[in-house]
Design a protein around this ligand. Structure first.
Ligand code: GRF
Length: 190
């Protein structure tokens, strides 16, 4: 079976991108990272992607560039790399209903909470503030509504006494690195 070609979209450090790329390289995830795309030139994950031998591209969003123009550039990069599936991994842009419609059911995201709890930002601080004993992460299909698509997989992570958003983030991130490649492995051939 031909391996699905994945584009990983990042805005930041890219640790989930690296976990996915390593799983592809080891064969535990039967897919291929066709390209890593960042919306900003200074995303640290770009250097990490190059170190992993991956193709990279930058598609600037925001500022003077409207979202529509940015998404058209993104579509061109995806076409050029013959991408089958878009994997959002810390990509801090909300994709338009037009774009999501074009890629319906073929965009996935990882979110650092047990959805449907804590959609949006600052999930770790909100979970700690609420006195929750458990947090976690979710991989979901991207739809027009933020963090609301079908949940494909979740892992629970305990919240320890004295946790700060930073310590909880580290524990959840380690779980993300296991969950995302595993869920993608099931998703690419479903
Ligand atoms: C992760 O916490 C992920 O859940 C969220 O953004 C963060 C990305 O981290 N969507 P990294 O860039 O993969 O290290």
């Amino acid at each position: 079976m031909t391996r699905k070609r994945v584009a990983v979209l990042i805005s930041g450090r890219g640790s989930n991108m690296a976990a996915i790329a390593r799983a592809c390289a080891s064969g535990s995830l039967p897919a291929q990272v066709a390209v890593v795309i960042a919306d900003r030139t200074d995303a640290p994950g770009l250097a990490l992607a190059r170190d992993l031998g991956l193709a990279t591209a930058i598609v600037p969003f925001g500022g003077a560039i409207g979202r529509q123009a940015a998404e058209h550039s993104l579509a061109q990069v995806l076409d050029a790399h013959r991408v089958d599936l878009i994997v959002l991994a810390g990509f801090m842009r909300i994709l338009s209903p037009w774009f999501v419609g074009e890629w319906q059911g073929r965009i996935v995201n990882i979110h650092p909470s047990l959805l449907p709890k804590y959609r949006g930002l600052d999930t770790h601080a909100r979970a700690i503030e609420a006195g929750d004993l458990v947090s976690g992460c979710s991989v979901h299909v991207v739809t027009e509504e933020l963090d609301a698509g079908e949940v494909l997989g979740q892992v629970e992570v305990p919240i320890e006494p004295g946790d700060t958003p930073a310590t909880l983030e580290q524990r959840v991130l380690a779980a993300e690195h296991r969950l995302y490649p595993q869920v993608l492995g099931e998703f690419v051939n479903r």
